[in-house]
Structure formats: C-alpha cells, structure tokens
Design a protein around this ligand. Structure first.
Ligand code: COA
Length: 166
C-alpha cells in the first residue's frame, strides 16, 4: 500500500490544489491532505474550517483523507510512515524554495520517505490562496479558480468581517 502526504495552509483550498490532489490520488493507494498551522500566516479560516472544506470537495475521492497538524512536516511524515510527500510546482520561482525544503526534509525523513513534485496545470500556475482572497475581498471574479462552495464560504466570511463585499 503506497501512502502519500500533501500539505499546505490551504487558506482556502483552490482548484490548483484540487488538481494536485486529484492527480496524486490516482498515483498512490492512500493520500492524506495535511492542513498545517503556519504561524507566519494570518489565516481567514481556522484549521478545522479549512479541513472541513477540503473534505467537502474531495468527498468523491475515496482514498483521500484530511488531517491537521502543526510542527515539523518531517516529524508528521515519520510518525505516519508516508512513502512520499507531494509538492506542486507552479513556476520556476517555486523551484529554489522547494529544492531547499526537499533537501532539508531529506535530511529529516526516515524510512525512505521522498519528496515528489507535480507540475501545476497551466491554468492554475498563476494563483495563490492570498491572491484569490484579495480578489474575492474586493469583489473580483474568480470563476474557475476555486470550487463554488469555497467561494461561497469566502464571500460569507468577508461579509461577516467587513460588512459586505463590493
Ligand atoms: N495551485 C494553486 N496555489 C498553490 C499551489 C497550486 N498547485 N501550490 C501552492 N499554491 C499556493 C498556496 O496556496 C500558497 O498560497 P499563500 O502563500 O497565498 O497561502 C502558496 O502557493 C505557497 O504554498 P506552500 O508553499 O504550499 O505554502 P503553505 O503555507 O501552504 O505550506 C508548508 C507550506 C506547510 C509546506 C511548509 O511551510 C511546511 O512544511 N511547514 C512545516 C514546518 C516545517 O517542516 N518546516 C521545515 C521545512 S524544511
């Protein structure tokens, strides 16, 4: 049984992340989406909300489960014995950070865990959760870039925080 981990802040999950999840779920017997608490990020949604949204949009993928963790990715991967940690590469600008992270993780991984990179599909290579949040908070159109149910949750959250989107 092959087992992979795909981690991120997912604040919120976008169609770019979902594309990586779908493709990775076909490559491994089991895929865990790990929602991380990144102390450097001020998130719009709690980790529980982010996990719940991912569960909702991956409910058609029976080998995908969602978990939350904090601390070192390598510790979580070692404790749960993953064969692979998946990362999506959007552009060459991602490469330098990713190679550093992969090499540090290689130093920390036990039991043969390795980093596996999937190229983000071109239609999603320009998006990030931050950019999606900025556009939605200012009333812009992100059709096709985030699942409908996630967009609805974002609009509701901004209404609650700001008293309405433009
Ligand atoms: N499609 C669309 N957007 C994508 C994407 C894709 N395929 N892949 C990445 N992104 C976006 C993300 O939404 C994120 O946007 P944001 O910065 O606006 O939130 C951005 O690209 C960066 O993504 P990522 O590098 O995955 O950042 P992250 O905060 O989501 O996750 C961790 C980073 C969790 C992987 C990393 O911080 C980590 O491992 N932390 C644990 C601590 C640790 O082990 N540190 C030592 C590492 S060696």
């Amino acid at each position: 049984m092959s087992k992979a981990l795909y981690t991120g802040s997912f604040d919120p999950i976008t169609n770019g992340h979902l594309d990586i999840i779908r493709r990775a779920s076909h490559m491994f017997d089991e895929l865990v989406v790990g929602v991380i608490v990144n102390p450097r990020k001020n998130c719009l949604f709690t980790k529980e909300e982010r996990a719940e949204m991912i569960r909702e949009i991956t409910s058609d993928l029976p080998n995908v489960t969602v978990d939350c963790f904090q601390g070192l990715l390598a510790d979580y991967a070692n404790e749960n014995k993953f064969d692979a940690v998946i990362r999506g590469l959007r552009a060459t600008s991602d490469f330098e950070y990713e190679i550093q992270m992969a090499q540090m993780n290689a130093h920390l991984f036990r039991d043969g865990t390795d980093s596996v990179f999937l190229m983000t599909s071109p239609e999603y290579s320009f998006i990030s959760s931050t950019m999606i949040k900025e556009v939605v908070s200012l009333g812009g159109d992100v059709t096709g870039l985030v699942p409908e149910c996630i967009l609805k949750r974002m609009i509701e959250r901004y209404k609650m925080l700001n008293g309405g989107t433009k």
